[in-house]
Design a binder for this molecule. Structure first.
Ligand SMILES: NC(=O)c1ccc[n+]([C@@H]2O[C@H](COP(=O)([O-])OP(=O)(O)OC[C@H]3O[C@@H](n4cnc5c(N)ncnc54)[C@H](OP(=O)(O)O)[C@@H]3O)[C@@H](O)[C@H]2O)c1
Length: 262
């Protein structure tokens, strides 16, 4: 008897398979979180243009029109669903790509401050948001590193990179009462990656934090001092190319690779 449900399943599988088969041996591979918009999307674009295998993750791939268009025009870009607070989902993705060397694990996803709430004083701190920022911005990259460490170790370049922010630096962050949750989550991320760097050194894996500069990623809003995602990512790629094991545990500036003080 003919089963429509079986036919639908086979069609879905057939549609899913070419995406998996898109990664090609002989090309370096990057895994990027939060790849559906902003800096993450631009990283996908520029790595894809270099001919890399790109595993681009997004919370809701079905709504990631620009990312899906990039994947359609670049055969080695694969889109995967991932919320970085969903640890079983990270583990499942790790199992799916167990045999795939990953040259660069790029933790980019974050809860970033909305401009209206950025300047709220202590009275206005939203503690649920603070807890969630820690989950996404700090623990998300740590969980990604925990799960994907074997794939990074198996690669040529062996780099773990997390997008941080000068706002999380005690030395260079704004000397103003603002962005409590975000700044604390990025300072925590810095400490987690710094700590991780002591165990990756033995494995030849280099852990680095990057500041992307002030980047205009909010649609319809331009910070006067802001740069475009294209410029930020182009400059960060130069820095990423130049990273060596001597940079393990460092926080680097997008423009020139200078070390940013904690
Ligand atoms: N733009 C700047 O000026 C600037 C400055 C310093 C540092 N940074 C850092 O650079 C990185 C990218 O910034 P951006 O400006 O491109 O940010 P953005 O435009 O706000 O994009 C954030 C990305 O993270 C994703 N995301 C949020 N929560 C997530 C979760 N739980 N699981 C998975 N993905 C999640 C978002 O997905 P959804 O679309 O599903 O929400 C989106 O793809 C961030 O780490 C940010 O802190 C940015």
């Amino acid at each position: 008897m003919f089963h429509w449900r079986q036919l639908a399943m086979s069609l879905l599988l057939a549609l899913a398979l070419p995406a998996q088969a898109a990664l090609e041996a002989g090309h370096p591979t990057v895994l990027i979180t939060g790849a559906n918009r902003g800096i993450g999307l631009e990283f996908v674009r520029q790595f894809a243009e270099r001919g890399w295998n790109v595993i681009a993750t997004a919370r809701k791939p079905e709504r990631a029109d620009e990312l899906n268009a990039l994947a359609a025009s670049h055969p080695r870009v694969v889109v995967e669903p991932l919320d970085v607070t969903d640890h079983p989902a990270i583990e499942a993705l790790g199992r799916k790509y167990a045999d795939q060397p990953i040259d660069i694990l790029l933790s980019n996803a974050a809860i970033t401050p909305r401009y209206k709430s950025a300047f709220k004083r202590v009275k206005g701190v939203d503690f649920d948001m603070a807890r969630r920022s820690y989950e996404v911005n700090a623990l998300g990259p740590l969980k990604m590193a925990q799960v994907f460490m074997p794939q990074v170790e198996a690669s040529q370049q062996k780099k773990i990179i997390a997008m941080s922010s000068k706002a999380g630096s005690f030395a260079l962050g704004p000397k103003m009462p603002m962005m409590y949750s975000y700044r604390a989550s990025k300072a925590a991320l810095n400490m987690l990656m710094y700590t991780l760097s002591f165990e990756t050194a033995k494995k030849g894996v280099t852990v680095t934090l990057l500041s992307p500069g002030t980047v205009n990623t909010t649609p319809g809003f331009k910070m006067p001092q802001g740069i475009s995602p294209e410029e930020s990512v182009r400059k960060m790629l130069k820095v990423i190319d130049s990273i060596t094991p001597a940079n393990n545990g460092q926080f680097l500036n997008y423009e020139n690779g200078e070390v940013i003080p904690w």
